[in-house]
Design a protein around this ligand. Structure first.
Ligand code: DX5
Ligand code: ZN
Length: 225
């Protein structure tokens, strides 16, 4: 099956005084959904977005897909609350100590698409044991915690290894990237096998988000041919 390419503005870069209209702007610009960053001030030094905002988006813009990235130390304790709040994909990091298999199983039982996240320096083989039970691997292309950072090109080799592994087993795995994503870095990631692109500063701060999304889509869809 050919990969489905998705472009998801990261709402961390939105104007927080206008969260609803910012998301509407993304929808009208042709985004495939939104990326929502949850931070606990512990796994990462920053604090951001919680269940109230996920729920608000579910209620006000139900058609805009909610791709929720948990940057927290105890993801397993929050799976149920984010599921109830309306997360549709839930991305949980592999670095903290918890029962990853149990958290994935709980997500499945609630009809949420489970995904595992690795930091830039994390060995991509850590996700191999779980690949068949998840729908997505998110490769962080910056250190998690803040928007507006520089893309880390070393992550490209991790993307390539994960795509090779998924191809060997015939799995339609989504591979997403997050951090410093522009048209150029999105293309580089797509060449290595990524098909889902979270982009905050570049898309939300552009004067022409629709044009950037169109150009990014064209760049990533053409990257592997
Ligand atoms: C970083 C977050 C990202 C961030 C991306 O920890 O996970 O989703 O919002 O922002 P940009 O695209 O500005 O790097
Ligand atoms: Zn994120």
């Amino acid at each position: 099956m050919p990969l489905t390419y998705r472009i998801l503005p990261s709402m961390l870069a939105a104007d927080f005084g206008n969260l609803e209209s910012e998301a509407r702007r993304c929808q009208e610009a042709g985004a495939d959904g939104m990326h929502l960053d949850v931070m606990d001030g512990h796994f990462v030094p920053n604090l951001a977005i919680g269940t109230a905002i996920v729920r608000m988006y579910r209620d006000r813009l139900p058609a805009l897909y909610r791709h929720v990235h948990l940057m927290i130390t105890n993801p397993h304790e929050h799976v149920a609350t984010f599921a109830d709040a309306g997360a549709q994909s839930l991305l949980i990091h592999v670095e903290p100590e918890y029962d990853i298999a149990a958290a994935i199983a709980e997500l499945r039982s609630r009809d949420i698409r489970p995904g595992l996240v690795i930091n830039p320096a994390t060995d991509p083989e850590l996700v191999f044991a779980y690949l068949e039970s998840i729908d997505e691997v998110l490769c962080m292309t910056v250190e998690p915690g803040f928007g507006g950072q520089e893309f880390i090109p070393e992550v490209i080799s991790s993307i390539r290894r994960i795509r090779e592994r998924a191809t060997q087993t015939g799995q339609d795995l989504d591979i997403s990237v997050d951090g410093g994503i522009t048209i150029d870095t999105a293309r580089q990631c797509a060449e290595a096998g990524a098909n889902v692109f979270a982009s905050g500063t570049f898309l939300l701060r552009s004067d022409d988000m629709a044009g950037e999304i169109r150009d990014m889509r064209r760049a990533v869809e053409g990257a592997r041919s």
